[in-house]
Write a protein that binds this ligand. Sequence first.
Ligand code: DC
Length: 224
Amino acid sequence: MPMNIAIDGPVGAGKSSIADQVAARLNILHLDTGAMYRAFGLYALRSGVDMNSEEALSGLVERVDVQVEYRDGAQRTLLFGEDVSEMIRTGEVSAAASAVSKWPAVRRHMVRAQQEMALKADMLIDGRDIGTVVLKDSPCKIFLTAATEERARRRYLQQTAKGDMTPYEQVLRELNARDEQDMNRKTDPLRQAEDAVLVDSTNMTQDETVDAIVAIVEEIYGKQ
Ligand code: DC
């Protein structure tokens, strides 16, 4: 069995960058499942379908081609072969990803694809339902969170560094809206798996958080 590590948590907990660094330290791949929902959200936007229609979206998810590739160890996300890795990071696509991901038909399709990938290689997978669904039998699960205002502050700093001048209050509002949707949907809502270890990074630096997670992994899988 490959070594599989599950990391879940809310928006802006730093999952992606922390997961990238932990995976690099352990010399394994990092699968960012949010990018897959984002790529599908982008496709739904481009197709102009009603995001409130499960029927329309289940038809679309059967036809979509979302692939993940690794170049120099970094994930690239492809939509029908087009590299959309950067394009899927806008606010519009974030909202679309959150909207499409609430539908069971969409989740079933994505979960299956993620489980197939997890069988093929040692992998750290981050998302919302990894410890509870995708890797529910994994012995190594982490729930990474931080206080809401701190998560919004980090997201705001990230965005302004990229030239996106969205005000802090709006970032906080959007983050709350997305948390609300991700935690309250009927199918596979974001929640901490019973056997997940909680890491609260509110008062931790990135390096401290990475160290803490590597230590948890090594306790479970032994020193890598
Ligand atoms: O992690 P992220 O912000 O890139 O995720 C984008 C959206 O996709 C998020 O609002 C919820 C959804 N998502 C999900 O439902 N399940 C996952 N495993 C990963 C992401």
